[in-house]
Design a protein around this ligand. Structure first.
Ligand code: GLC
Length: 450
């Protein structure tokens, strides 16, 4: 019997890391303590803001892929105004969404910095009528609301004269192997910018991107991450640095199978674009986003939900609405969001599940309105109580089919009062008298009967 029992809380804590880089395998330190806030946070808000919002073209990729010339792309900077930019309102919205952290594009692959970089002249401070550092007031506003700050930074910079390429299919500027000093000067430039960001903002999280064009050795990923961790041992680094980060970042595609990474975060768009695009009206509705969010947390991950402000700093209403409604739902169901861990295997109940951090409460999220009872199979040990989260109305429940001649748990049937149903997603809390354990066998033939 024992080998058929899975103590779910232990299973959720299994450490496993994936490493894509070739050559030396990075040594994984025990990051449990430093990852705690991230693992508990569950929701982050991603912000893609840059000159691409002016004409609503794809961030950086539009010139890289040849849809627009590099010159026309960069010329958007002249019309980037930030004229209605209200960092306090952005921070209010992020806090109201229930997010505990935010990640903003300090510099995308186009190389245009949102802060007053001294490393080169490519910043909105120098290139645009906004003519000011846009990052500092945002960093201050989010921190004042207790929201952790993450900085997105593109390692590659297709606009930089010392980066080896600019266009996907165009000629390379140079060959790294033939001009190692030139490549080193680019790495020095990245390090200079990262140090500026560190000194000015002390980010809680580094969100790298663009690592795929070079190997870990070429990026000197070990030296780079060692520096970041020397500057701030508590910083968290995403995985996009060729195997040297702390957590996985599946993108847009919602994981079907729980990712191998102990810590992970799905980055996700509300429509089909990261940055603002006038023509993209393919917004997902709130319930779709909510399900995706709960899907992530049931697999032990976070959701990093993206918004794309316009060039003037206003945020599309559809995105504002999704964030506000998410915040309302999370506010009502806070105990079933923050600090939860991955749930039990899918076969036990036709719904999403998570566990609380001590493992003795099983949360069940009902994505559909139940037409009858909610059935849960294979729950071992004793149920102390069952509640509907955010409601004072008690569900009734009963266990059927428990046989005295074997140890297989009976079938739990929960009846949820109609008035207790949440209009978006109802959450049940099953309180057990110890860590949740589940039976994972396929039944047993009779050995005796009464
Ligand atoms: C991709 C893209 C980029 C976007 C990012 C967000 O890697 O290069 O445009 O910023 O994903 O996850």
């Amino acid at each position: 019997m024992k080998n058929l029992i899975l103590t779910a809380i232990l299973a959720a804590g299994l450490v496993s890391t994936s490493c894509q880089q070739q050559g030396a395998v990075p040594v994984k330190e025990d990051t449990t303590a430093k990852m705690q806030w991230f693992e508990d946070a569950k929701l982050g808000i991603f912000i893609h803001w840059g000159i691409y919002a002016v004409d609503g073209v794809g961030e950086s990729w539009s010139f890289h892929n040849g849809q627009i010339s590099h010159e026309d792309y960069m010329a958007q900077a002249k019309r980037f105004t930030a004229s209605n930019y209200d960092p306090a309102a952005w921070a209010d919205l992020i806090a109201a969404s229930g997010a505990r952290y935010t990640v903003i594009t300090s510099k995308h692959h186009d190389g245009v910095a949102l802060w007053d970089t001294k490393a080169d002249d490519k910043s909105l401070v120098k290139m645009s009528p906004a003519a000011r550092d846009l990052l500092t007031p945002f960093a201050e506003a989010v921190r004042a609301r207790g929201v952790k700050l993450g900085l997105y930074y593109s390692l590659l910079d297709w606009s930089h004269p010392d980066y080896p390429n600019i266009y996907r299919n165009g000629p390379a500027r140079y060959d790294i192997a033939a001009e190692p000093k030139r490549w080193q000067s680019f790495l020095d430039f990245d390090m200079l910018q990262l140090k500026e960001l560190q000194d000015a903002y002390r980010p809680d999280l580094w969100w790298f991107d663009g690592d795929w064009e070079q190997s870990a050795e070429t990026w000197k990923a070990k030296e780079l991450t060692d520096s970041l961790r020397t500057w701030n041992p508590a910083c968290i680094i995403n995985s996009r640095i060729q195997g040297y980060g702390d957590y996985g970042t599946p993108e847009v595609g919602v994981p079907v199978v729980r990712p191998e990474d102990r810590y992970w975060e799905l980055c996700y768009t509300i429509n089909d674009s990261w940055g603002f695009q006038h023509k993209d009206l393919n917004f997902k509705d709130f319930n779709m986003i909510l399900r995706t969010f709960v899907d992530c947390i049931s697999g032990g991950g976070n959701l990093l939900l993206d918004i794309g402000p316009r060039e003037d700093g206003t945020i599309p209403q559809e995105e504002v609405d999704v964030l506000r409604r998410l915040g309302q739902w999370i506010g009502k169901h806070a105990e079933a969001v923050y600090g939860t861990r991955a749930g039990i295997p899918d076969q036990h109940v036709k719904a999403y599940t998570t566990l609380n951090s001590t493992g003795d409460i099983l949360y069940i999220y009902l994505p559909y309105k139940p037409l009858g009872t909610v059935q849960v199979k294979g729950l071992l040990d004793h149920i102390k109580n069952i509640r509907v989260v955010g409601s004072s109305l008690a569900p009734s429940w009963k266990i059927f089919n428990k046989q005295s001649w074997n140890d297989i748990p009976g079938l739990l049937e929960i009846s949820v009062p109609e008035e207790a149903l949440d209009p978006d997603m109802t959450v049940l809390a099953i309180e057990m008298d110890g860590p949740v354990q589940v039976y994972r066998g396929s039944g047993q033939v009779i050995t005796f009967n009464e």
